[in-house]
Design a protein around this ligand. Structure first.
Ligand SMILES: Nc1nc2c(ncn2[C@@H]2O[C@H](COP(=O)(O)OP(=O)(O)OP(=O)(O)O)[C@@H](O)[C@H]2O)c(=O)[nH]1
Ligand SMILES: [Mg+2]
Length: 390
Protein backbone atom coordinates (compact mmCIF):
# COMPACT_ATOMS: atom_id res chain seq x y z
CA UNK A 1 0.00 0.00 0.00
CA UNK A 2 1.23 3.49 -0.83
CA UNK A 3 1.76 5.95 1.96
CA UNK A 4 0.57 9.56 2.12
CA UNK A 5 1.45 11.91 4.95
CA UNK A 6 -0.60 15.02 5.65
CA UNK A 7 1.84 17.68 6.87
CA UNK A 8 0.28 20.35 9.08
CA UNK A 9 2.51 23.28 10.05
CA UNK A 10 1.32 24.89 13.25
CA UNK A 11 2.06 28.08 15.07
CA UNK A 12 -0.29 28.82 17.96
CA UNK A 13 -3.05 26.48 16.82
CA UNK A 14 -3.82 24.64 20.07
CA UNK A 15 -7.60 24.91 19.59
CA UNK A 16 -7.73 24.28 15.85
CA UNK A 17 -5.39 21.30 15.77
CA UNK A 18 -7.75 19.13 17.84
CA UNK A 19 -10.64 19.62 15.41
CA UNK A 20 -8.38 19.22 12.38
CA UNK A 21 -6.87 15.92 13.53
CA UNK A 22 -10.32 14.57 14.43
CA UNK A 23 -11.72 15.55 11.03
CA UNK A 24 -8.76 13.90 9.31
CA UNK A 25 -9.12 10.67 11.31
CA UNK A 26 -12.51 10.01 9.69
CA UNK A 27 -11.05 10.34 6.19
CA UNK A 28 -7.99 8.26 7.05
CA UNK A 29 -10.11 5.30 8.16
CA UNK A 30 -12.08 5.24 4.92
CA UNK A 31 -9.04 4.98 2.60
CA UNK A 32 -8.42 1.67 0.82
CA UNK A 33 -5.48 2.13 -1.59
CA UNK A 34 -3.57 4.57 0.53
CA UNK A 35 -2.33 4.45 4.07
CA UNK A 36 -2.68 8.02 5.29
CA UNK A 37 -0.83 9.46 8.30
CA UNK A 38 -0.47 12.93 9.77
CA UNK A 39 2.66 14.89 10.67
CA UNK A 40 2.29 18.08 12.70
CA UNK A 41 5.28 20.45 12.41
CA UNK A 42 5.15 22.82 15.34
CA UNK A 43 7.67 25.63 15.77
CA UNK A 44 7.52 25.45 19.58
CA UNK A 45 4.32 27.52 19.64
CA UNK A 46 4.12 29.62 22.82
CA UNK A 47 0.46 28.61 23.27
CA UNK A 48 1.45 24.99 23.94
CA UNK A 49 0.32 23.39 20.66
CA UNK A 50 3.07 20.79 21.12
CA UNK A 51 1.59 19.46 24.37
CA UNK A 52 -1.88 19.32 22.82
CA UNK A 53 -0.57 17.25 19.92
CA UNK A 54 1.34 14.93 22.28
CA UNK A 55 -1.91 14.29 24.09
CA UNK A 56 -3.69 13.58 20.81
CA UNK A 57 -0.96 11.08 19.87
CA UNK A 58 -2.19 8.80 22.67
CA UNK A 59 -5.54 8.56 20.92
CA UNK A 60 -4.45 8.55 17.25
CA UNK A 61 -1.70 6.15 16.22
CA UNK A 62 -1.38 7.79 12.78
CA UNK A 63 -0.25 11.06 14.33
CA UNK A 64 3.44 12.11 14.17
CA UNK A 65 4.96 15.24 15.63
CA UNK A 66 8.05 17.22 14.67
CA UNK A 67 9.02 20.10 16.93
CA UNK A 68 11.35 22.80 15.63
CA UNK A 69 13.09 24.89 18.27
CA UNK A 70 12.84 28.10 16.26
CA UNK A 71 10.00 29.65 14.28
CA UNK A 72 11.13 29.50 10.68
CA UNK A 73 8.01 30.45 8.72
CA UNK A 74 5.77 28.31 6.59
CA UNK A 75 8.55 27.46 4.13
CA UNK A 76 10.96 26.34 6.83
CA UNK A 77 8.26 24.25 8.53
CA UNK A 78 7.33 22.51 5.26
CA UNK A 79 10.94 21.82 4.33
CA UNK A 80 11.68 20.13 7.64
CA UNK A 81 8.32 18.32 7.49
CA UNK A 82 8.91 17.04 3.95
CA UNK A 83 12.37 15.84 4.86
CA UNK A 84 10.93 13.92 7.80
CA UNK A 85 7.98 12.51 5.80
CA UNK A 86 9.90 11.39 2.71
CA UNK A 87 13.24 10.41 4.23
CA UNK A 88 12.30 9.04 7.65
CA UNK A 89 8.63 8.06 7.46
CA UNK A 90 8.87 6.60 3.92
CA UNK A 91 6.05 8.60 2.40
CA UNK A 92 5.33 8.36 -1.35
CA UNK A 93 3.21 11.47 -1.22
CA UNK A 94 2.69 14.39 1.14
CA UNK A 95 -0.17 16.81 1.60
CA UNK A 96 0.24 20.42 2.57
CA UNK A 97 -2.59 21.19 4.92
CA UNK A 98 -3.45 24.13 7.18
CA UNK A 99 -4.29 23.60 10.84
CA UNK A 100 -7.13 26.11 10.89
CA UNK A 101 -9.84 24.05 9.13
CA UNK A 102 -9.68 26.24 6.02
CA UNK A 103 -8.96 23.16 3.92
CA UNK A 104 -11.68 20.57 3.44
CA UNK A 105 -10.47 17.10 4.51
CA UNK A 106 -13.33 15.54 2.52
CA UNK A 107 -11.45 16.49 -0.64
CA UNK A 108 -8.43 14.32 0.15
CA UNK A 109 -9.79 11.24 -1.70
CA UNK A 110 -10.17 13.36 -4.87
CA UNK A 111 -6.52 14.40 -4.61
CA UNK A 112 -5.49 10.76 -4.20
CA UNK A 113 -7.59 9.77 -7.22
CA UNK A 114 -5.74 12.34 -9.33
CA UNK A 115 -2.42 10.92 -8.15
CA UNK A 116 -3.64 7.42 -9.04
CA UNK A 117 -4.49 8.75 -12.51
CA UNK A 118 -0.83 9.69 -12.98
CA UNK A 119 -0.57 13.29 -11.83
CA UNK A 120 2.54 14.28 -9.82
CA UNK A 121 1.25 17.38 -8.12
CA UNK A 122 -2.35 18.24 -7.19
CA UNK A 123 -3.53 21.68 -6.12
CA UNK A 124 -6.65 22.45 -4.12
CA UNK A 125 -8.04 25.29 -6.17
CA UNK A 126 -10.36 28.10 -5.15
CA UNK A 127 -10.52 29.57 -8.63
CA UNK A 128 -11.89 26.77 -10.77
CA UNK A 129 -15.53 25.66 -11.10
CA UNK A 130 -16.61 24.23 -7.74
CA UNK A 131 -14.12 26.23 -5.68
CA UNK A 132 -14.50 29.50 -3.79
CA UNK A 133 -13.04 31.98 -1.33
CA UNK A 134 -14.99 32.97 1.82
CA UNK A 135 -17.84 35.42 1.24
CA UNK A 136 -17.04 37.22 4.48
CA UNK A 137 -13.46 38.10 3.48
CA UNK A 138 -12.93 41.85 3.30
CA UNK A 139 -12.69 43.49 -0.12
CA UNK A 140 -8.99 44.04 0.46
CA UNK A 141 -8.20 40.35 0.98
CA UNK A 142 -10.50 39.20 -1.85
CA UNK A 143 -8.85 41.67 -4.19
CA UNK A 144 -5.35 40.58 -3.17
CA UNK A 145 -6.08 36.91 -3.61
CA UNK A 146 -7.93 37.18 -6.94
CA UNK A 147 -5.71 39.78 -8.58
CA UNK A 148 -2.58 38.32 -7.06
CA UNK A 149 -3.32 35.07 -8.85
CA UNK A 150 -4.23 36.78 -12.12
CA UNK A 151 -1.06 38.85 -11.90
CA UNK A 152 1.01 35.69 -11.54
CA UNK A 153 -0.78 34.16 -14.56
CA UNK A 154 0.17 37.15 -16.69
CA UNK A 155 3.69 37.44 -15.37
CA UNK A 156 4.42 33.77 -16.02
CA UNK A 157 2.44 33.84 -19.28
CA UNK A 158 0.91 30.61 -18.05
CA UNK A 159 -2.82 30.31 -17.63
CA UNK A 160 -2.91 26.57 -17.01
CA UNK A 161 -2.84 27.05 -13.23
CA UNK A 162 -5.53 29.11 -11.58
CA UNK A 163 -4.60 28.98 -7.90
CA UNK A 164 -0.90 29.66 -7.43
CA UNK A 165 -1.02 30.58 -3.76
CA UNK A 166 -3.15 27.73 -2.44
CA UNK A 167 -1.78 25.96 0.62
CA UNK A 168 -3.78 22.78 0.03
CA UNK A 169 -1.61 20.50 -2.08
CA UNK A 170 -0.53 16.93 -2.72
CA UNK A 171 3.09 16.47 -3.80
CA UNK A 172 4.76 13.25 -4.91
CA UNK A 173 8.20 12.28 -3.65
CA UNK A 174 9.63 12.56 -7.20
CA UNK A 175 8.69 16.25 -7.33
CA UNK A 176 10.23 16.95 -3.94
CA UNK A 177 13.44 15.15 -4.85
CA UNK A 178 13.76 17.00 -8.15
CA UNK A 179 13.59 20.47 -6.61
CA UNK A 180 14.61 20.03 -2.98
CA UNK A 181 18.20 21.22 -3.45
CA UNK A 182 17.11 24.43 -5.18
CA UNK A 183 14.64 25.09 -2.37
CA UNK A 184 17.32 24.97 0.30
CA UNK A 185 19.43 27.55 -1.52
CA UNK A 186 16.59 30.12 -1.46
CA UNK A 187 15.26 31.62 1.71
CA UNK A 188 11.58 31.19 1.08
CA UNK A 189 8.86 32.34 3.38
CA UNK A 190 5.06 32.16 3.29
CA UNK A 191 3.51 32.47 -0.14
CA UNK A 192 6.90 32.75 -1.77
CA UNK A 193 7.56 29.17 -0.75
CA UNK A 194 4.29 28.01 -2.30
CA UNK A 195 4.71 29.95 -5.53
CA UNK A 196 8.40 29.11 -5.83
CA UNK A 197 7.78 25.41 -5.26
CA UNK A 198 5.03 25.29 -7.86
CA UNK A 199 7.02 27.30 -10.37
CA UNK A 200 10.01 24.97 -10.09
CA UNK A 201 7.77 21.89 -10.48
CA UNK A 202 6.19 23.45 -13.60
CA UNK A 203 9.60 24.12 -15.12
CA UNK A 204 10.53 20.48 -14.57
CA UNK A 205 7.43 19.44 -16.53
CA UNK A 206 5.67 17.53 -13.79
CA UNK A 207 2.00 16.74 -14.40
CA UNK A 208 -0.11 19.13 -12.35
CA UNK A 209 -3.87 18.97 -11.71
CA UNK A 210 -6.32 21.12 -9.77
CA UNK A 211 -9.16 19.94 -7.53
CA UNK A 212 -11.75 22.55 -6.53
CA UNK A 213 -12.58 23.26 -2.89
CA UNK A 214 -14.40 25.86 -0.85
CA UNK A 215 -11.89 27.69 1.33
CA UNK A 216 -13.36 28.28 4.79
CA UNK A 217 -12.30 31.27 6.83
CA UNK A 218 -10.47 30.48 10.07
CA UNK A 219 -12.72 30.75 13.13
CA UNK A 220 -10.18 30.28 15.94
CA UNK A 221 -6.69 31.66 16.39
CA UNK A 222 -4.88 34.35 14.41
CA UNK A 223 -3.65 34.65 10.86
CA UNK A 224 0.12 34.69 10.42
CA UNK A 225 0.27 36.39 7.07
CA UNK A 226 1.26 40.03 6.93
CA UNK A 227 2.11 42.72 4.37
CA UNK A 228 5.75 41.64 4.22
CA UNK A 229 4.64 38.42 2.51
CA UNK A 230 3.23 40.44 -0.38
CA UNK A 231 6.41 42.46 -0.81
CA UNK A 232 8.63 39.37 -0.65
CA UNK A 233 6.43 37.51 -3.10
CA UNK A 234 6.48 40.35 -5.61
CA UNK A 235 10.25 40.72 -5.35
CA UNK A 236 10.71 36.98 -5.77
CA UNK A 237 8.44 36.79 -8.82
CA UNK A 238 10.14 39.71 -10.53
CA UNK A 239 13.58 38.27 -9.87
CA UNK A 240 12.66 34.82 -11.21
CA UNK A 241 10.96 36.22 -14.28
CA UNK A 242 13.75 38.64 -15.20
CA UNK A 243 16.21 35.79 -14.82
CA UNK A 244 14.12 33.55 -17.08
CA UNK A 245 13.69 36.22 -19.74
CA UNK A 246 17.39 37.13 -19.75
CA UNK A 247 18.21 33.44 -20.04
CA UNK A 248 16.80 33.67 -23.59
CA UNK A 249 19.70 34.43 -25.93
CA UNK A 250 17.48 36.22 -28.42
CA UNK A 251 16.37 38.69 -25.73
CA UNK A 252 19.97 39.49 -24.83
CA UNK A 253 20.74 39.83 -28.56
CA UNK A 254 17.91 42.34 -29.03
CA UNK A 255 18.98 44.32 -25.95
CA UNK A 256 22.59 44.53 -27.14
CA UNK A 257 21.31 45.63 -30.55
CA UNK A 258 19.10 48.35 -29.06
CA UNK A 259 21.98 49.52 -26.90
CA UNK A 260 24.18 49.57 -30.02
CA UNK A 261 21.72 51.89 -31.76
CA UNK A 262 21.96 54.26 -28.81
CA UNK A 263 25.76 54.06 -28.85
CA UNK A 264 25.71 54.91 -32.56
CA UNK A 265 23.61 58.04 -31.99
CA UNK A 266 25.80 59.29 -29.17
CA UNK A 267 29.02 58.39 -31.00
CA UNK A 268 27.83 60.35 -34.04
CA UNK A 269 27.54 63.48 -31.92
CA UNK A 270 31.01 62.92 -30.48
CA UNK A 271 32.75 62.15 -33.80
CA UNK A 272 31.17 65.25 -35.28
CA UNK A 273 33.19 67.32 -32.85
CA UNK A 274 36.31 66.14 -34.68
CA UNK A 275 34.86 65.74 -38.16
CA UNK A 276 32.85 68.92 -38.08
CA UNK A 277 32.45 69.92 -41.72
CA UNK A 278 29.93 68.81 -44.31
CA UNK A 279 32.73 67.13 -46.23
CA UNK A 280 33.86 65.05 -43.25
CA UNK A 281 30.35 64.12 -42.08
CA UNK A 282 30.64 60.82 -43.95
CA UNK A 283 33.71 59.97 -41.86
CA UNK A 284 31.88 60.82 -38.61
CA UNK A 285 28.98 58.69 -39.77
CA UNK A 286 31.21 55.75 -40.64
CA UNK A 287 33.10 55.97 -37.35
CA UNK A 288 29.86 56.05 -35.34
CA UNK A 289 28.71 52.86 -37.07
CA UNK A 290 32.06 51.24 -36.29
CA UNK A 291 31.82 52.36 -32.65
CA UNK A 292 28.43 50.67 -32.39
CA UNK A 293 29.86 47.54 -34.01
CA UNK A 294 32.67 47.44 -31.43
CA UNK A 295 30.12 47.82 -28.61
CA UNK A 296 27.92 45.09 -30.09
CA UNK A 297 30.90 42.80 -30.48
CA UNK A 298 32.08 43.28 -26.90
CA UNK A 299 28.65 42.81 -25.33
CA UNK A 300 27.79 39.86 -27.54
CA UNK A 301 30.97 38.14 -26.45
CA UNK A 302 30.64 38.99 -22.76
CA UNK A 303 26.88 38.58 -22.39
CA UNK A 304 24.74 37.32 -25.30
CA UNK A 305 27.12 34.44 -26.03
CA UNK A 306 28.83 34.28 -22.64
CA UNK A 307 28.57 30.48 -22.72
CA UNK A 308 30.51 30.42 -26.00
CA UNK A 309 33.04 33.15 -25.19
CA UNK A 310 35.84 33.57 -27.74
CA UNK A 311 39.44 32.92 -26.75
CA UNK A 312 41.82 35.91 -27.14
CA UNK A 313 43.36 34.17 -30.17
CA UNK A 314 39.96 33.93 -31.88
CA UNK A 315 39.06 37.56 -31.37
CA UNK A 316 40.83 39.29 -34.34
CA UNK A 317 39.41 37.01 -37.03
CA UNK A 318 36.02 36.90 -35.34
CA UNK A 319 35.91 40.68 -35.23
CA UNK A 320 36.47 40.83 -38.99
CA UNK A 321 33.69 38.28 -39.54
CA UNK A 322 31.50 40.32 -37.21
CA UNK A 323 32.10 43.42 -39.35
CA UNK A 324 31.28 41.48 -42.51
CA UNK A 325 28.08 40.22 -40.95
CA UNK A 326 27.11 43.77 -39.97
CA UNK A 327 27.91 44.93 -43.50
CA UNK A 328 25.66 42.12 -44.72
CA UNK A 329 22.85 43.48 -42.57
CA UNK A 330 23.35 47.01 -43.95
CA UNK A 331 23.38 45.59 -47.47
CA UNK A 332 20.12 43.72 -46.86
CA UNK A 333 18.52 46.92 -45.59
CA UNK A 334 19.77 48.93 -48.55
CA UNK A 335 18.56 46.35 -51.09
CA UNK A 336 15.09 46.29 -49.53
CA UNK A 337 14.99 50.12 -49.54
CA UNK A 338 16.11 50.18 -53.18
CA UNK A 339 13.54 47.61 -54.30
CA UNK A 340 10.74 49.44 -52.47
CA UNK A 341 11.68 52.83 -53.94
CA UNK A 342 11.89 51.45 -57.49
CA UNK A 343 8.77 49.33 -57.44
CA UNK A 344 6.00 50.63 -55.16
CA UNK A 345 7.64 54.03 -54.73
CA UNK A 346 7.43 56.16 -51.61
CA UNK A 347 3.69 56.38 -51.06
CA UNK A 348 2.02 57.47 -47.83
CA UNK A 349 0.27 54.60 -46.03
CA UNK A 350 -1.24 56.26 -42.96
CA UNK A 351 -0.80 59.25 -40.67
CA UNK A 352 -0.14 58.87 -36.96
CA UNK A 353 -2.73 61.07 -35.24
CA UNK A 354 -1.70 63.82 -32.76
CA UNK A 355 1.89 64.06 -34.02
CA UNK A 356 0.74 63.96 -37.68
CA UNK A 357 3.62 61.73 -38.69
CA UNK A 358 3.21 60.23 -42.15
CA UNK A 359 4.13 56.56 -42.36
CA UNK A 360 4.99 55.83 -45.98
CA UNK A 361 6.26 52.72 -47.75
CA UNK A 362 9.80 54.00 -47.11
CA UNK A 363 9.32 53.77 -43.33
CA UNK A 364 7.69 50.35 -43.60
CA UNK A 365 10.48 49.01 -45.83
CA UNK A 366 13.04 50.34 -43.31
CA UNK A 367 11.31 48.47 -40.46
CA UNK A 368 11.15 45.28 -42.54
CA UNK A 369 14.81 45.80 -43.48
CA UNK A 370 15.88 46.19 -39.85
CA UNK A 371 13.99 43.04 -38.83
CA UNK A 372 15.42 40.94 -41.64
CA UNK A 373 18.85 42.44 -40.93
CA UNK A 374 18.48 41.35 -37.29
CA UNK A 375 17.53 37.83 -38.34
CA UNK A 376 20.57 37.72 -40.56
CA UNK A 377 22.86 38.97 -37.79
CA UNK A 378 21.52 36.51 -35.23
CA UNK A 379 21.96 33.71 -37.74
CA UNK A 380 25.49 34.83 -38.67
CA UNK A 381 26.59 35.22 -35.03
CA UNK A 382 25.38 31.72 -34.21
CA UNK A 383 26.77 30.07 -37.33
CA UNK A 384 30.06 31.82 -38.03
CA UNK A 385 31.25 33.55 -34.87
CA UNK A 386 29.90 32.05 -31.64
CA UNK A 387 29.42 28.50 -32.84
CA UNK A 388 27.74 26.02 -30.56
CA UNK A 389 30.38 24.13 -28.57
CA UNK A 390 30.40 20.44 -29.36
N1 LIG B 1 5.33 25.66 11.99
C1 LIG B 1 4.90 26.85 11.53
N2 LIG B 1 3.64 26.96 11.06
C2 LIG B 1 3.23 28.16 10.59
C3 LIG B 1 4.06 29.30 10.57
N3 LIG B 1 3.35 30.34 10.03
C4 LIG B 1 2.13 29.84 9.74
N4 LIG B 1 2.03 28.53 10.07
C5 LIG B 1 0.89 27.63 9.90
O1 LIG B 1 0.61 27.57 8.51
C6 LIG B 1 -0.77 27.45 8.29
C7 LIG B 1 -1.25 28.61 7.42
O2 LIG B 1 -1.10 29.85 8.11
P1 LIG B 1 -2.29 30.89 8.24
O3 LIG B 1 -1.94 31.93 9.21
O4 LIG B 1 -3.55 30.15 8.46
O5 LIG B 1 -2.26 31.57 6.80
P2 LIG B 1 -3.51 31.80 5.86
O6 LIG B 1 -4.36 30.58 5.82
O7 LIG B 1 -2.98 32.32 4.57
O8 LIG B 1 -4.27 32.99 6.61
P3 LIG B 1 -5.72 32.95 7.34
O9 LIG B 1 -6.74 32.75 6.28
O10 LIG B 1 -5.83 34.26 8.00
O11 LIG B 1 -5.72 31.83 8.29
C8 LIG B 1 -1.43 27.42 9.66
O12 LIG B 1 -1.63 26.08 10.03
C9 LIG B 1 -0.39 28.09 10.55
O13 LIG B 1 -0.45 27.67 11.88
C10 LIG B 1 5.40 29.15 11.09
O14 LIG B 1 6.20 30.07 11.12
N5 LIG B 1 5.75 27.91 11.55
MG1 LIG C 1 -5.31 29.85 7.35
Amino acid sequence: MKKAIVIIPTYNEKDNIVHTVEALSLIIKSQKNWSVEVLVVDDSSPDGTTAVVQKLQKKFSFLHLLVNKKKSGLGGAYLSGMNQAFNKLNADLIFEFDADLSHDPQKIPQFLAKIDQGYDFVLGSRYIEGGSIPKNWGTHRKFLSIFGNLFINFLMLDFSIRDWTTGFRAIKKEVYEAIEKELHSERFSGYTFQIGFLHKALRKDFKIAEVPFHFKDRVLGNSKIGPEYIKNTLLYLMRVRIKEILAMRVVRFAMVGAFGALVQLIALQLWRMIFATEKTFVIANFLSIETAIVSNFIWSNLWTFKDRKLTPAQIPLSFITFNLSSAGSILIQSVIAYITAHTVGLVPVFTVPVINYIVDTGVISAIIGILIGMFWNFFAYNTFIWKKKK
